[in-house]
Ligand binder design. Structure first.
Ligand SMILES: Cc1cc2nc3c(=O)[nH]c(=O)nc-3n(C[C@H](O)[C@H](O)[C@H](O)COP(=O)(O)OP(=O)(O)OC[C@H]3O[C@@H](n4cnc5c(N)ncnc54)[C@H](O)[C@@H]3O)c2cc1C
Length: 392
C-alpha cells in the first residue's frame, strides 16, 4: 500500500503529527511497536500530564544549536495546545511557574490525540516494529513486522531513551546514523544525581529532607526545591540542573537562597540566648541543620552567643556556597528525558526535514532539543509534530 506519510512511533509527537497531516487529507500510517500508545504521556506528571507550560519559549530548551527550536515553537504555541484541550473539555489547572496539568488523568490527553487521529483517518499499525527504512524511487520502502510498505515521506518520532521498559528504543538514532546524519551523544537528563558512597554517608541519613535552594552549574542556575535521597540529590532543582551538568562538573548550592546566613547568625547572636542549632533551624530543615553543624565539628547545643563571629560567618558561607561533585546520574531508568539526539544542524529549522535525505523528518525527543522540567518537553513534541504535519 502506498502512503503519503509513514510515521514511526505513536507517542506525543507522532500522534500530533499524524492527526495534523491526516486532517489535511494525506494518507497517513502510524506505526507503533508497543502494545499501548502514548505510554510516556500516561505516566507523565504523576499521572496528570503536565501537558505544556504557558510561558514556554526557546530559552527553555537545551540544544547544541541554541535557538533552533524558535521557528517551530512559534508556529504552535502553548495557547494552541490549550485551546485543543479546552475543545475536548479536559479540565486543567496551572500548578507552578506556568505548568499546566489535567485535573483528571493523563489518559484524557491520549484519548484526545487518538480522537484527532481518527478525524484524520490515520491508519494504525500496532503493535508493529519497523525493521528497516530505505530509499525507493522518490520515496521510501519500510520493512515492518506486518510486511513492506511504501511512503512518499517518513517521519521518525521514536522518542528518547529513558524508561526502556515502556517502549523506548534507539531506533531513531540508529536510522539517523544509517542515513549519514550526525547524532549528538545521548545523555540522561532531568535525572537525579549520584555521589560517591563514602563522602555521601552523612547525607544519606537525610533522605526525604526537602528545601528550596539555588543550584548552579554550567553557567545556568535554578531556584527550586531540592530533595536528599539515599544515593544523592533529586527534586526539581537537581532535575533541572542535570541538563547542564557534565561528568567532572561541580554543583554550587545555596541552601538558604536570599539570606546572608553569616550575617543572620551574627544578628541572632546579638539578639538571643538560643542554641546554634535552634538559630540555624530558622533557616534550614532541622535534620539538615543538625548534620551540617556536626560536619563542621561545631557544638550544636552551645549557645550561639558563645561562638566567635568568624565561626558563624564561615558556617553561613559554607551553607550558601556548598560545592560538590556528582559521580554520575541515576541513568536512563530514572531520567525523564534524553539530552542530545539527531543534530539540529542536519535538519531544516521549519520542516525538520533532513538536508541530506529529502523526505525524511525527525520530531520530538529524538531531536537534539531538550526542554526544561515543567511541560516544555511536551510542548516541543506538539509543536514539532504540528510543524511536520503541516509541511509534509
Ligand atoms: C516519568 C516521565 C514523566 C514525564 N513527565 C513529563 C511532563 O509532565 N511534562 C513534559 O513536558 N514531559 C514529560 N516527560 C517527557 C515526555 O514524556 C517526552 O519528552 C515526550 O513523551 C516525548 O515525545 P515523543 O513523541 O518524542 O516520544 P514518546 O512519547 O516517548 O513516543 C515515542 C514512541 O515511539 C515508539 N517507538 C520507539 N521505537 C520504536 C520503533 N522502533 N518502532 C515503532 N515505534 C517505536 C515508543 O514505543 C513510543 O510510543 C516525562 C517523561 C517521563 C519518562
Amino acid at each position: 500500500m502506498h502512503h503519503d506519510v509513514a510515521i514511526i512511533g505513536a507517542g506525543a509527537a507522532g500522534m500530533m503529527c499524524a492527526a495534523v497531516a491526516g486532517q489535511r487529507g494525506l494518507r497517513v500510517v502510524l506505526i507503533e511497536h508497543a502494545a499501548r500508545v502514548g505510554e510516556k504521556i500516561r505516566i507523565s506528571g504523576g499521572g496528570r500530564c503536565n501537558f505544556t507550560n504557558a510561558r514556554a519559549g526557546p530559552q527553555h530548551f537545551v540544544s547544541r544549536q541554541p535557538g533552533f527550536a524558535r521557528d517551530v515553537l512559534s508556529r504552535y504555541t502553548p495557547r494552541d495546545f490549550t485551546a485543543l484541550v479546552r475543545r475536548y473539555r479536559i479540565a486543567h489547572h496551572e500548578k507552578h511557574k506556568g505548568q499546566l496539568f489535567c485535573d483528571g488523568s493523563s489518559q484524557q490527553i491520549i484519548d484526545m490525540l487518538r480522537a484527532e487521529c481518527e478525524l484524520g483517518r490515520v491508519q494504525w499499525l500496532q503493535p508493529c516494529g519497523v525493521r528497516g527504512v530505505a530509499r525507493e524511487g522518490s520515496g521510501f520502502r519500510l520493512e515492518t513486522d506486518q510486511g513492506p510498505l511504501q511512503a512518499r515521506r517518513v517521519v521518525v518520532a521514536t522518542g528518547g531513551l529513558p524508561v526502556p521498559k515502556i517502549g523506548a528504543t534507539d531506533y531513531g538514532l540508529r536510522l539517523a546514523r544509517q542515513m549519514g546524519l550526525q547524532v549528538v551523544s545521548p545523555q540522561p537528563a532531568l535525572v537525579p544525581l549520584a555521589f560517591a558512597a563514602e563522602p555521601w554517608r552523612p547525607f544519606a541519613e537525610l533522605a526525604g529532607v526537602a528545601l528550596e535552594v539555588r543550584v548552579a552549574c554550567g553557567g545556568q542556575h535554578f531556584d527550586e526545591d531540592l530533595l536528599f535521597t539515599h544515593r544523592g540529590l533529586s527534586g526539581p532543582a537537581i532535575l533541572q540542573i542535570s541538563s547542564f551538568w557534565n561528568p567532572g562538573d561541580s554543583l554550587r548550592l545555596d541552601l538558604s537562597p536570599g539570606n546572608d546566613l553569616g550575617e543572620a547568625l551574627r544578628l541572632a547572636k546579638l539578639q538571643s540566648r538560643q542554641s546554634l542549632l535552634n538559630a540555624l533551624g530558622q533557616f534550614l530543615p532541622r535534620r539538615l541543620a543538625q548534620t551540617w553543624v556536626e560536619m563542621q565539628r561545631l557544638p550544636s547545643d552551645r549557645r550561639i552567643a558563645e561562638l566567635a563571629d568568624a565561626k558563624l560567618k564561615a558556617l553561613g558561607a559554607s551553607l550558601c556556597a556548598w560545592t560538590l561533585q556528582p559521580t554520575g546520574t541515576e541513568g536512563w531508568r530514572k531520567a525523564e528525558v534524553m539530552r542530545g539526539g539527531v543534530d539540529t544542524a542536519e535538519l531544516h529549522p521549519a520542516t525538520l526535514e533532513a538536508h541530506k535525505v529529502p523526505g525524511l523528518h525527525f520530531i520530538g525527543e529524538v531531536v537534539d532539543v531538550t526542554g526544561w522540567l515543567g511541560g516544555y518537553n511536551f510542548q516541543w513534541a506538539w509543536a514539532s509534530g504540528y510543524a511536520v504535519g503541516m509541511s509534509v
